[in-house]
Design a protein around this ligand. Structure first.
Ligand code: PLP
Length: 429
């Protein structure tokens, strides 16, 4: 469900034509629909209605402050993985008691800050992490709330680069290791074991692996409860997939029912860490055609967005639908002559593509296209590669447009380096 629709021949985000946004803010530009974003938050909460559940938005999916503020205002907490994400979430107004902190490599300064603000729990992924948290909590005279992240060795049947639930990945603790750690946590007065967690991967389009993980987690939780651990919640991670092309991911209700049914017997609150399912289809990347070229092998539509703006096609070979922001011109040209084209950016890499082998009416210079499903893992994964300033982000609600991140200024790309120009480096002095 989203609010990017054609009205006659022009594509709109809510009540605003994408062509108008391109004229106002230039291209490339990320465009988000606030109504869609809020609707996704509400639909998810509704699916879990009746079972105590805290959804913690995976900040890595989209970490823009206004975007986060909107999600937190819908009653979400935050799932985060770095000090930067922690500070962003706090600035955006998250309740610290609704923060879970994941990741295999938390540094002492990150743990200290999270202890200071009093988060809901650390998702502990290793023995060394539990030891460090206990030591830092002792120094601060605080009891650290911890949750053990289990690796249930379940194949999420997704892209291997975003599958996290197998022993061949770096994530989580094997069940027997987790059992040992529950005992060390019990003995340590600086630690309070409040939950168990797992996250088996992202863009999961089958219910089976998610259900299997929930069943396994309920069994592990039951054992821990029998040993006297007073758990508060089970954290089932994120991972629910969305439709980019022709996938048919489970409905929110089927997903919620699967998790609730599998874990009901342990009587625990659920925490979930959705990212993509909330943000993905709430945003598009709007881009302009620089030119069209033809090699003896194929046609290339060169646009002004590139892999630095949206890296998913390059990194995961993932598909994003690419549609014209205005279709009228092509219609006036008579019967359409569709050509197989690659949409590519200006970056000097053959891997710099946004879509391959798309059947489209050949565009002209200056024509606009929008790349769908870019609200998650789009702007948050953007870089300045090729010294390209990062694209601006705009938020649309009905006919109101807010610039929520301006286009990065060219001179800010090297501002930090200027002071070092022409200075000798003094080694060891
Ligand atoms: C620990 C953790 N939780 C939640 C998520 C969010 O996943 P998704 O965006 O697929 O819902 C991720 C992303 O991979 C993650 O690593």
């Amino acid at each position: 469900l989203d609010h990017f629709k054609y009205k006659d021949d022009v594509a709109f985000c809510e009540d605003i034509a994408l062509t108008h946004l391109a004229d106002t803010f230039g291209t490339p530009v990320y465009v988000y629909s606030e109504t869609t974003l809020r609707q996704h938050c509400r639909n998810l909460k509704k699916a879990f209605e009746g079972h105590p559940t805290l959804p913690c938005f995976a900040v890595k999916a989209n970490s823009n402050l206004t975007f986060l503020q909107t999600i937190f205002s819908e009653g979400f907490g935050a799932d985060l993985v770095s000090l930067g994400e922690l500070e962003r979430a706090l600035l955006a107004g998250v309740n610290p008691k609704e923060i879970v902190f994941s990741g295999v490599g938390k540094k002492p300064e990150e743990i200290r800050r999270a202890l200071e603000v009093g988060i809901l729990s650390f998702n502990v992924e290793s023995q060394y992490e539990l030891k460090t948290i206990a030591q830092l909590a002792k120094e601060k005279n605080i009891v650290a709330r911890v949750c053990l992240r289990i690796n249930p060795n379940i194949d999420a049947k997704t892209n291997p680069k975003i599958a996290t639930g197998l022993y061949t990945t770096k994530f989580g603790l094997a069940e027997n290791e987790a059992e040992e750690l529950t005992e060390s946590a019990k003995r340590d007065p600086a630690l309070k074991l409040v939950g168990l967690a797992c996250h088996i991967g992202s863009q999961i389009t089958e219910l089976g692996p998610l259900h299997e993980a929930a069943v396994r987690m309920a069994e592990i939780a039951k054992k821990a409860q029998e040993k006297g651990h007073q758990l508060e919640f089970l954290n089932m991670g994120g991972g629910l997939g969305i439709r980019y092309k022709n996938e048919s991911p489970p409905s929110l209700q089927d997903y919620a029912n699967a998790l609730i049914d599998a874990t009901r017997s342990v009587g625990l609150k659920l925490v979930i860490e959705p990212g993509r399912v909330i943000a993905g289809n709430a945003g598009v990347l709007l881009t302009k055609v620089i030119g069209v070229k033809k090699t003896p092998a194929k046609h290339f539509i060169v646009v002004d967005a590139a892999m630095n703006d949206l890296v998913r096609p390059t990194l995961y070979n993932s598909f994003h639908e690419i549609l014209p922001a205005k279709t009228a011109r092509n219609k006036n040209l008579g019967p359409s002559k569709k050509v197989l084209c690659d949409f590519v950016g200006p970056i000097c890499e053959t891997g710099d593509y946004l879509g391959k082998d798309r059947l489209v009416d050949l565009p002209q210079e200056g024509d606009l296209f929008f790349i769908r499903s870019c609200g998650a893992y789009g702007s948050s994964m953007a870089s300045q590669y090729n010294s390209r300033p990062r694209a601006p982000e705009v938020f649309v609600q009905k006919d109101v447009v807010r610039l929520i991140r301006p286009r990065e200024k060219l001179d800010s790309l090297w501002a930090e380096e200027l002071s070092a120009l022409n200075k000798n480096f003094l080694c060891g002095q």
